[in-house]
Design a protein around this ligand. Sequence first.
Ligand code: DGL
Length: 262
Amino acid sequence: MTEAAPILFFDSGVGGLSVVAPTRALLPTAPIVYAADSAGFPYGTRTEAEIAARVPALLGRLVERYRPRLVVIACNTASTIALPVVRAALDVAVVGTVPAIKPAAAMSITRVIGVLGTEATVRQPYVDDLAARFAADCTVLRHGSAALVELAEAKLAGEAPDPAGVRRALDGLFGQPGGDRIDVIVNACTHFPLLEADMAAVAPPGMRFVDGGPGIARRIACLTAGQEWPAVPGGDTLVFTRLGERERRLAAALHSAHVEAL
Ligand code: DGL
């Protein structure tokens, strides 16, 4: 393992940056390749078959090109659908991102938890399983929002989110029977922590939010413990599966040092 071997983060768009941030805090000089499947975005409205075919194929090409020490699927949709297939296909350790239902259950006082993800994620049996294993004594309400994903992308490109749009998405949870008792929201899409302040501003006071980012960062640090890292941070690489005008604007807003097309 050379010290230059990167950690490869993968998402449909910018959401995985909410996993990169806590990882950066623990591993400040880790070389990072961030890959966004802009040609396949958004994942949340795709079918299981599309995700299960697309994600392992793309990751195979990315691993071949960048030779990462570790792959992080920084996307709940891709992880809850394709994690076992990706692990079977790749010859490198793979960390996935799944809804943080366990910590939410530990935090909730009312025992009513809201899971906010993409439409594809909230219908996965993986989520039923997490709820049954870790939140059996809670009511777990779910809502899938494609609008929040778009708002997060726009925010990172420099556009302030419309509070009414954020509120409408949250109403998908609060409007369900028992929704008025939710005291913890699981941000079960990596795009959503990027909107946490915007959500907190329109949610009932005291609402708490939890996501998988900090736990994944600890897992990455643990899996790479003892490995060599560069002495100083180098420029990260941003890779898009389609590199058009929109992606170039985004890369500029993110001050990316290297931008490439897959
Ligand atoms: N960021 C992704 C997730 O965690 C998917 C967003 C999308 O492309 O719909 O689920």
